[in-house]
Design a protein around this ligand. Structure first.
Ligand SMILES: Cc1cc2nc3c(=O)[nH]c(=O)nc-3n(C[C@H](O)[C@H](O)[C@H](O)COP(=O)(O)OP(=O)(O)OC[C@H]3O[C@@H](n4cnc5c(N)ncnc54)[C@H](O)[C@@H]3O)c2cc1C
Length: 395
């Protein structure tokens, strides 16, 4: 289908929705993105973007802008909760040489800004303060209803509205999500509040009984990002921005390494996420409607791939639409091209939680010992299928 002048609506201006808008607009489509927020906000969180995601940024012409704001970690270091090093996976130049592109870390707001600028310069129209509340399809197209706004008819619709997707709920059947028994705190601490050199330029994972904490620097080391995961029986709401007391966080990680205690003592503001398992959706595409990113394959954060998969989806979706004869055909071939990979990543992320949280101290000690004997090169090779995949080079 010649995409030039085709009208496409996207709901959700997150990483996936914005990337799709750029990819489609660069192929000539007239793209509008409807976002419920009044502007793209500063959600305080870091995102790791591996080489397979950088490939998409590069193909969209955004690599240079992204490089200005990215942090490139030298290593991924796994540590016992007390701080002892278990294993060290060399990243930096080693990962870049292996995969042809760097492994980067961003403040989420920085990556959103790069994509927003890319979208605006490709001619995308961003429509804020529009919360999708209803959908119905007829021969003319899809009628989108918005809270306190006029309804809009669109020839095609892409749902990129995240983990609690309204488009998924309204247009696709799926099984209910189940609480994993894990919650995650996320936050940022200005480095000036911490002793100099407290954390090296690496993604470090401190692994303890039923909990782990990931920490890495951002914005040239001026901010320290953390994600702290704890197993618990009680339920927490899924989604963004649930404020929680930093006292709860400190209590959960009492007994962890001194560097972790120092970091957490400087936390004023933190947000809590409930982590949920979502069984793979039977379908991601139906006629004039398709889903991408977290709206169709939400995943646990333990492979750091949710946003990266949204980038891959966005590129493949635009590619498939541009060679199809109808929206329906293009959306179906996109689903076919992406489903097995996204499902594999979803399953891989779920398995990692278990290995970080080994409860039995003897078993944990033995597992860490085995891990410490694996050479860095062999550890990195395990990720070839993930980081070495380049959607921009596939037919
Ligand atoms: C603790 C944690 C750590 C993570 N770390 C990483 C990492 O290191 N690397 C990585 O790749 N991923 C990571 N992720 C996952 C990543 O954050 C998500 O996968 C990614 O943000 C999903 O992008 P998206 O565009 O699909 O959805 P979102 O970013 O959630 O965007 C959805 C957008 O849709 C809008 N919206 C929602 N409903 C409506 C509506 N009804 N009408 C209009 N607009 C609507 C929202 O306001 C939002 O702007 C992590 C996740 C967590 C929880």
């Amino acid at each position: 289908m010649e995409l030039r002048d085709q009208e496409i609506s996207i709901v959700g201006a997150g990483i996936g929705g914005l990337a799709a808008s750029v990819a489609l607009a660069q192929k000539g489509a007239r793209v509008k993105v409807y976002e419920q927020a009044v502007a793209l906000g500063e959600v305080g969180a870091g995102l790791q973007i591996s080489a397979n995601g950088v490939a998409v940024l590069e193909a969209l012409g955004l690599r240079e802008a992204a490089a200005q704001l990215a942090n490139t970690p030298e290593a991924i270091v796994l540590r016992d909760y007390r701080g002892g090093e278990v294993s060290r996976l060399k990243m930096g130049a080693t990962a870049e040489a292996r995969y042809g592109r760097p492994y980067w870390q961003f403040h989420r707001a920085d990556l959103l800004r790069i994509l927003e600028e890319g979208a605006r310069s490709a001619g995308v129209e961003l429509v804020f303060d529009h919360q999708l509340s209803g959908l119905s399809s007829n021969e003319a197209g899809v009628l989108m209803e918005f809270e306190d706004r006029e309804a809009i008819l669109t020839p095609s619709l892409i749902g990129a509205d995240g983990v609690r997707s309204k488009v998924r709920t309204l247009a696709f059947k799926g099984q209910a999500a189940t609480f994993t028994g894990q919650v995650a705190w996320r936050g940022l601490v200005p480095a000036e509040r911490l002793p100099q050199g407290l954390f090296e330029n690496a993604a470090q994972v401190f692994m303890g009984k039923g909990r782990h904490l990931v920490v890495y620097p951002l914005r040239g080391g001026t901010l320290i990002n953390f994600v702290a995961v704890e197993e618990r029986a009680d339920w927490a709401e899924e989604g963004w921005n649930i404020p929680d007391s930093s006292e709860n966080l400190r209590a959960a990680f009492k007994g962890f390494a001194p560097a972790v205690q120092t970091l957490l003592s400087a936390v004023d503001e933190t947000f809590l996420w409930g982590l949920f398992n979502h069984p793979p959706l039977p379908r991601w595409a139906d006629g004039r409607i398709a889903l991408l990113g977290d709206s169709c394959h939400p995943m646990l954060p333990f492979l750091a791939q949710g946003a990266v998969m949204g980038l891959e989806d966005a590129y493949v979706l635009a590619q498939n639409l541009s060679v199809a004869s109808t929206f329906s055909e293009g959306f179906e071939s996109y689903e076919k091209a992406r489903k097995s990979r996204a499902t594999r990543v979803q399953n891989g992320a779920a398995r990692n939680a278990w290995s970080y949280h080994l409860r039995n101290p003897a078993f944990r000690g033995a597992a860490h010992k085995v891990l410490s004997l694996v050479p860095s090169g062999a550890l990195l090779r395990q990720f070839d299928w993930l980081y070495g995949h380049d959607v921009t080079k596939r037919g």
